[in-house]
Design a protein around this ligand. Structure first.
Ligand SMILES: C[S@@+](CC[C@H](N)C(=O)[O-])C[C@H]1O[C@@H](n2cnc3c(N)ncnc32)[C@H](O)[C@@H]1O
Ligand SMILES: [Zn+2]
Length: 274
């Protein structure tokens, strides 16, 4: 598993997209059943796991109080995330059940695929893909250590060794070019800074013929809901998309074959790297 993963990674500190992809190596004293410490021979960065979760996102920094990332790291919300928080919050603008069904349909996973779930949280979407992908590789990544720890706890309870978790900040992209058959991201595109860069990174790390499936939310025209959205933007830094904006981000990155479905403000889209 560790060797399989290593081939998929580059140094998030010194790799320069389309110029130099610095591969990482494993520090040799890591025990077989523990997450490895990785090392970059080029910039000498060392990536030690935190709480036995592979960490490529640097130090854990306390997010600003009540910011969106703060909620994603706040213990009681993380515990209630899947059963209560996510379905309830989503019901204001869309439907989680619909999002999951549509994402699964668009992902169209088959046996042996390599799959990356960005901002996987506690793995509610990731697990939709892992059975069909076997014996491929499924990697779930997120910035929130509490979310990842909650997910790892669940995986251990289920004796599931199919899914690999990593702490990753999508703005410091650690994945090698032409690596995945599918990349998925639900509930988070509206949170990322420099979103064009994230689309570019996703495009680069997909194999030719691979697809990106994203689930996010559109600007509401109804005046009351639109004001609510503006308030959420002010407090939590959410970005509500215009459909054309998502299409432009995709095509600027190089994607083609745009497909989408909407349900109220929810949108799930699929694009392809030819
Ligand atoms: C609303 S949750 C979505 C979780 C899951 N995908 C879902 O749809 O329910 C948003 C996630 O994005 C993660 N996130 C925010 N900024 C990130 C970044 N820069 N890199 C990686 N993950 C990030 C948060 O930690 C959080 O777990
Ligand atoms: Zn490096």
């Amino acid at each position: 598993m560790k060797d399989k993963i290593l081939k998929k990674l580059v140094c998030p500190i010194c790799s320069v997209p389309d110029k130099s992809d610095t591969r990482l190596s494993m520090v040799t004293d890591t025990k077989a059943n523990e997450s490895p410490t990785l090392f970059c021979n080029n910039c000498q960065s060392r990536f030690a796991p935190i709480d036995d979760i592979l960490n490529l996102a640097g130090d854990v920094i306390n997010p600003r109080l009540f910011s969106s990332q703060w909620t994603m790291e706040f213990g009681p919300i993380v515990t209630a995330y899947e059963e209560i928080w996510r379905p309830c919050v989503t019901s204001i603008v869309s439907s989680l059940k619909w999002e999951m069904k549509t994402s699964q349909l668009f992902m169209d996973v088959s046996s042996g695929m390599n799959i990356l779930d960005l901002a996987c949280g506690t793995g509610n979407f990731t697990r939709l893909f892992s059975d069909s992908a076997r014996p491929g590789t499924v990697i779930g990544v997120d910035l929130s250590l509490p979310m990842l720890k909650q997910y790892r706890h669940k995986l251990k309870e289920q004796n599931n060794t199919d899914i690999m978790l990593m702490r990753v900040d999508v703005t410091k992209w650690p994945f090698a070019p032409e690596t995945f058959d599918r990349i998925h991201c639900a509930g988070a595109l509206h949170l990322f800074p420099d979103i064009q860069n994230v689309f570019n990174s996703i495009y680069r790390s997909l194999k030719r013929g691979g697809c990106f499936v994203g689930a996010t939310y559109l600007i509401e025209e109804n005046i009351v809901l639109n004001n609510l959205q503006k308030y959420i933007t002010e407090v939590h830094g959410f970005h509500w998309f215009d459909q054309q904006e998502l299409r432009n981000l995709s095509s600027k990155a190089g994607f083609t074959e745009w497909e989408h479905r909407t349900y109220r403000q929810g949108i799930v889209f699929k694009v392809k790297k030819l």
